[in-house]
Design a protein around this ligand. Structure first.
Ligand code: IDP
Ligand code: MG
Length: 154
């Protein structure tokens, strides 16, 4: 168990469908600490950098078009094993193959409209957080409830 940060984003479809509260509610209730939060509209350059690993793939242009089509909510979440736990909460890339109970499984129907993004590794998380958040926009603070989420002995 180690405290980690991950980058999490509600994509334009999630914003347009009025799912911001639903999705943030899920990660908050799980026990993640929100330590960064921004609403922004990506331009093509930021979108291409964010999705650099997918450049050249058949869906890349549609992906950049979609992710720049409206505002997103970008978040930095902190918690134990945050990368893996958030990926688990998201489900699979394909919402129809994602189990009920997951964000994509409950809220999405297609790969190209799958509602959320979450970093896939600690290295990706560090890269993505630095793309979206200057260090001084990340809030380091204690939540008193943390003692109830993570007891001393586990
Ligand atoms: P992930 O979001 O589950 O990590 P990635 O493979 O990193 O999935 O792909 C990034 C995003 O690109 C996906 O969330 C999805 O929106 C889109 N995408 C991935 N593969 C396809 C595809 O085969 N068709 C259409 N869109 C895709
Ligand atoms: Mg990915």
């Amino acid at each position: 168990m180690s405290t980690e940060r991950t980058f999490f984003m509600i994509k334009p479809d999630g914003v347009q469908r009025g799912l911001i509260g639903e999705i943030i509610g899920r990660v908050e209730k799980k026990g993640f600490k929100i330590i960064g939060s921004r609403m922004l509209r990506l331009d093509a350059e930021l979108a291409s950098r964010h999705y650099a690993e997918h450049q050249g793939k058949p869906f890349f242009e549609d992906l950049v078009h979609f992710i720049t089509s409206g505002p997103v909510v970008a978040l930095v979440l902190e918690g134990e094993d945050a990368v893996e736990v958030v990926r688990g909460m998201m489900g699979k890339t394909d919402p129809r193959a994602s189990p009920p109970g997951t964000i994509r499984g409950d809220l999405g129907m297609t790969m190209s409209r799958n509602v959320v993004h979450g970093s896939d590794s600690a290295i990706s998380a560090a890269r993505e957080i630095s793309l979206f958040f200057p260090e001084n926009e990340i809030m380091v603070y204690k939540k008193d409830i943390d003692d109830w989420v993570y007891p001393q002995i586990d």
